[in-house]
Design a protein around this ligand. Structure first.
Ligand code: IMP
Ligand code: MG
Length: 176
């Protein structure tokens, strides 16, 4: 196990307190589908400031290239708004860099990033992430929104995938 239930709960509460303190007048959370879903659902409920939620979805141009394109855009006009982009994990930083650039074009009043998990060892582009839940090491992780081939998102903790048969491992975690 990498991040257990209780740690997740405490981490999300801490992030909610940090974001709430920084945006007393309200904030727009922009979630990156689909990995952000459980995290964002808990994070919004940890906020007591006015909060709006919107989503982006991206798709890789080609596996492993690090290049992405928007396949679902925002419905919200974020001009002059305070925006926090919410990610499941920042790895190389390529995705986040692309998305922050995309959102910056729309002239938000402020723009920051929040990620549940941060794997700084793999960073290719220096990427400012204001709000970080947990640092993780090199092992691929699933759970609490993060998937391996669309499986494992519904685990309520974050676990490292062992080498070997990852599919069987996810299956055993879900079904005991
Ligand atoms: P980056 O562009 O390399 O920073 O990749 C970030 C994206 O890759 C994340 O938003 C995830 O969708 C995916 N990703 C990277 N590492 C993991 C992992 O360990 N588990 C699940 N998804 C991952
Ligand atoms: Mg992601």
């Amino acid at each position: 196990m990498v991040v257990g239930r209780e740690e997740l709960r405490a981490g999300v509460a801490r992030l909610g307190a940090e974001i709430g303190a920084d945006y007393p007048d309200g904030v727009v959370l922009v979630g990156v589908l689909k990995g952000c879903i459980p995290f964002l659902a808990d994070l919004v409920r940890a906020l007591t400031v006015p909060v709006e939620v919107d989503f982006l979805a991206i798709s890789a141009y080609a596996e492993g290239t690090g290049r992405v394109r928007l396949v679902k855009d925002l419905d919200t006009d974020i001009a002059d708004r305070d925006v926090v982009l919410v990610e499941d994990i920042v790895d190389t930083g390529l995705t986040l860099t692309y998305l922050l650039g995309e959102l910056r074009h729309r002239d938000p009043r402020s723009l920051q990033a929040c990620t549940l998990l941060d794997r700084t060892s793999q960073r290719i582009v220096p990427t400012p992430v204001r709000y970080v839940g947990f640092d993780v090491d090199d092992d691929y992780v699933v759970g609490y929104g993060l998937d391996h081939g669309e499986r494992g998102r519904n685990l309520d903790m974050v676990v490292a995938l062992d080498q070997g048969d990852a599919d069987a491992y996810v299956e055993s975690l879900l079904h005991g």
